[in-house]
Ligand binder design. Structure first.
Ligand SMILES: *Cc1c(COP(=O)(O)O)cnc(C)c1O
Length: 395
């Protein structure tokens, strides 16, 4: 029997963000996806399979590392890093990619379509597909392919076809357009693995659900290591998947929750990807959310040194939590992120992804505001950004 209505809430917050603004051809696949997702969550064998793969393939639980030297340098009493950089393939993206690939296989799909910006989601999807024997096609903007060349090579090594997207700025926005188009044409055989907490319902809920393993682990780990919760929890925000994954399990706690967007190289439209202050309500890629747009409502260009934060829309659930003042959204510039990366390298011997460096850059601000302990989501490792670090830092 075919489902004809969504069973889960499709909207977030008082403003009714999210929704399902999808073409008619995608409605049945989205309904089927929600149905399969709900049934999988309730199925012990799926849960056991996912847990086993997260443990033995992804490397979970990831450590929570105390960073005392960096804490002292920045004026904090304590700093704890949730080490998604230590997952297989090097970023939190694998948690979601693997879970969705398992779901796709359960639904009888044989092909996977994905988009990628930084390349981390593409690599994660490619690895998950190789692991599970699924055929994988990844759409990637040509600009991103140039600045994330090592990740293109990794995807190809895993047997994935990488399709260059020339349209527009050649970044994530255009890649999502192409991936959605490809899915509409092949949705009988293919599942689309969306990489962040974005897109039409049920994707934002699905991706957030599969990423909350980050915050659930981190909350238990910090309680075990220190006996108490930190004053502040902070993560970077592109679409919002690692941010929600870390912060949602702390929503019931009396502490401060922060998400950090890309401040880029200036405050004018087109120079950054800071959607909370810079954006207005709009619809992009199937959901209603805060969106950077010009006075005519055209989606604006964005800029960031980090491909993973370079997207014009904030995920609808994170945007709703920010508007409801459950999460405070700040921004860090390209230069601040670059400098912050060197702090972590020199003080702790950990090379962060440029995306994660945006969260690190706000730690002095937290210290200035009087927070003494912080838990930071280190969303990924910086190996993919080595050439940017080399050229920008002159090393
Ligand atoms: C993709 C990516 C991000 C941003 O995506 P979210 O969905 O906001 O988490 C952040 N950090 C790294 C390392 C990434 O690869």
């Amino acid at each position: 029997m075919r489902t004809t209505e969504f069973q889960l809430p499709t909207r977030f917050g008082a403003g009714g963000l999210g929704g399902c603004y999808a073409p008619e051809t995608l409605m049945q696949p989205l309904l089927d996806l929600e149905d399969a997702f709900r049934k999988a969550l309730a199925d012990r064998s799926f849960q056991a399979e996912l847990k086993g793969e997260l443990r033995h393939f992804v490397g979970r639980p990831t450590p929570l590392t105390s960073a005392p030297r960096l804490a002292a340098r920045l004026g904090l009493q304590g700093l704890f890093l949730k080490r998604e950089d230590l997952t297989h393939t090097g970023a939190h993206k694998i948690n979601n990619a693997l879970a969705q690939a398992l779901l796709a296989r359960r639904m009888g799909k044989t092909q996977i379509i994905a988009e990628t910006g930084a390349g981390q989601h593409g690599v994660a999807a490619a690895a998950a597909c190789a692991r599970l024997g699924l055929k994988c096609t990844v759409y990637m903007g040509v600009t991103d392919m140039a600045r994330q060349a090592p990740n293109v090579a990794r995807m190809r090594l895993f047997g994935t076809e990488v399709v260059p997207v020339e349209a527009g700025q050649g970044t994530l926005k255009e890649a999502v357009n192409e991936a959605l188009r490809a899915w509409a044409a092949r949705c009988d055989k293919a599942h689309y693995i969306l990489g962040s907490a974005l897109g039409p319902h049920p994707f934002p809920t699905l991706v957030r659900t599969f990423q909350t393993v980050i915050g659930e682990e981190a909350r238990a780990q910090i309680l075990e290591q220190t006996g108490s919760l930190p004053d502040a929890v902070i993560a970077c925000a592109g679409g919002g998947s690692n941010g929600l994954g870390l912060l949602v399990p702390f929503l019931g706690d009396t502490l401060h929750r922060f998400a950090v967007e890309a401040g880029g190289h200036g405050p004018a439209l087109g120079e950054h990807a800071a959607r909370l202050d810079g954006g207005r309500m709009g619809v992009l890629h199937g959901c209603k959310t805060l969106l950077l747009q010009d006075q005519h409502g055209h989606t604006a260009e964005t800029a960031s040194i980090s491909a993973g934060l370079d997207y014009p829309a904030l995920g609808p659930e994170l945007a709703a939590l920010a508007l409801d003042e459950k999460i405070e959204v700040l921004r860090a510039s390209d230069d601040q992120a670059l400098e912050a990366a060197t702090w972590l390298c020199q003080s702790e011997g950990i090379l962060p992804a440029l995306e994660s460096s945006h969260a690190l850059a706000l730690l002095p601000e937290l210290a200035k505001r009087g927070f003494s302990t912080a838990l930071l989501g280190l969303s990924g490792r910086g190996d993919k950004d080595l050439s940017t670090y080399q050229s920008k830092l002159g090393i």
